[in-house]
Ligand binder design. Structure first.
Ligand code: UDP
Ligand code: MG
Length: 330
């Protein structure tokens, strides 16, 4: 078997309790990559699975030690960190990310590679005929609209689909940011110079369960917004200015009224209603400021964003080094 130091394609897959699908993932992913006729590697990160995923991953590595690399995390650090750990180790020129649960068919990878070869540095995807529960679709739609409004620069039709392709320099940039909470597709777009989008099929989860519940999806949206924009803070400044102007006009009005008509004693409950409304706005604003402070706190603690227990891979010195020229031709 030819051992390749620098494969053309690196596929990065985060794995969290996916024992039912790993075997099928292996078969479908390797056969669709084999069909492409390019050199490739697959990096699977086991993100603290509590089922048999770790053992299955070991077996997969044993089957193709040169092509399948396994990163074993020391706990659960989340899907994006699992991908990030893969990014830190990729050897390929075109990097593909995908979910382990086969909701993104590996057979679509050819489409992404073709788009990369047409000169794009980031290839995003949107799900054609998305198969998910109605509330997930509703949350996604709501989320996409808000994101488009707040962050027009992040042009993505569908940010929930993890089947994506990146050029190596984009991946290296992302891996070097060191941020502990980040949303990889959005981060990639901030570095991309020529991104594009292609439609891909989307299948229902056939086995296992989604690792995300409703609360986590909401948290995730907050992370996305606070991680890439200060728009919520600016909105609050604007609301503050508006409320101050209105109150100022109201004070003038009450002052004149008092001079002309006399003191007012009625309307206590109206006052309460206005007060409660304003207190609500202030609390909401505090919450938003808190989100940003929380992010700063997470970054300044400088804790490692993930801990790798071990990596199963062929060590570099066992591998045949290709001269740079060959690497470019691959
Ligand atoms: N995943 C992970 N760590 C987590 C949660 C999920 O590595 O804490 C992986 C999971 O194994 C899958 C991908 O991330 O490969 C997407 O997860 P899931 O299918 O649960 O999310 P959904 O498709 O429902 O958004
Ligand atoms: Mg899924």
């Amino acid at each position: 078997m030819i051992i390749v130091q620098h494969p053309y394609i690196s596929v990065v897959v985060p794995v969290h309790n996916e024992q039912e699908v790993l075997e099928e993932l292996y078969t479908r992913l390797t056969s669709s990559l084999d069909q492409l006729g390019k050199t490739y590697e697959i990096i699977l990160t086991n993100d603290g699975s509590t089922d048999r995923s770790a053992i299955i991953l070991q077996q997969l590595h044993a089957r193709r030690p040169n092509q399948i690399r396994v990163i074993e995390f020391n706990g659960n650090f989340g899907q994006h960190m699992a991908i990030m750990a893969g990014f830190e180790r990729v050897r390929g020129e075109i990097i593909i990310t995908m979910d382990a649960d086969l909701q993104n068919p590996p057979e679509e990878i050819g489409k992404l590679v073709a788009a990369m070869e047409a000169g794009h540095d980031v290839v995003n995807t949107y799900r054609q005929e998305r198969q998910d529960s109605w509330w997930r679709l509703a949350v996604s739609k709501w989320h996409n609209n808000i994101r488009a409004w707040m962050m027009p620069k992040l042009k993505m039709r569908d940010e929930g689909c993890m089947l994506r392709a990146y050029r190596r320099h984009i991946v290296d940039l992302m891996a070097s940011t060191g941020e502990s909470t980040t949303f990889i597709p959005a981060l990639a777009l901030t570095y991309a110079s020529n991104p594009t989008e292609v439609g891909v099929q989307h299948a229902e989860r056939t086995a296992g369960t989604s690792s995300y519940n409703f609360y986590q999806l909401i948290r995730y949206n907050f992370d996305l917004v606070t991680g890439f924009s200060v728009f919520p803070l600016q909105v609050f400044t604007m609301i503050g200015v508006l409320v101050s102007l209105c109150s100022f006009a109201f004070v003038i009005f009450l002052f004149l009224r008092r001079l002309i008509i006399g003191p007012e004693v009625q309307g206590v409950f109206t006052l309460f209603a206005i007060m409660f409304f304003l207190i609500g706005i202030v609390l909401f604003g505090l919450g938003i400021v808190g989100e940003y402070v929380g992010r700063i706190y997470q970054e300044v603690r400088k804790r490692p964003r993930f801990v790798v227990r071990h990596v199963l891979e062929e060590k570099d010195d066992n591998l045949q080094e290709f001269p740079l020229k060959t690497r470019e031709l691959l």
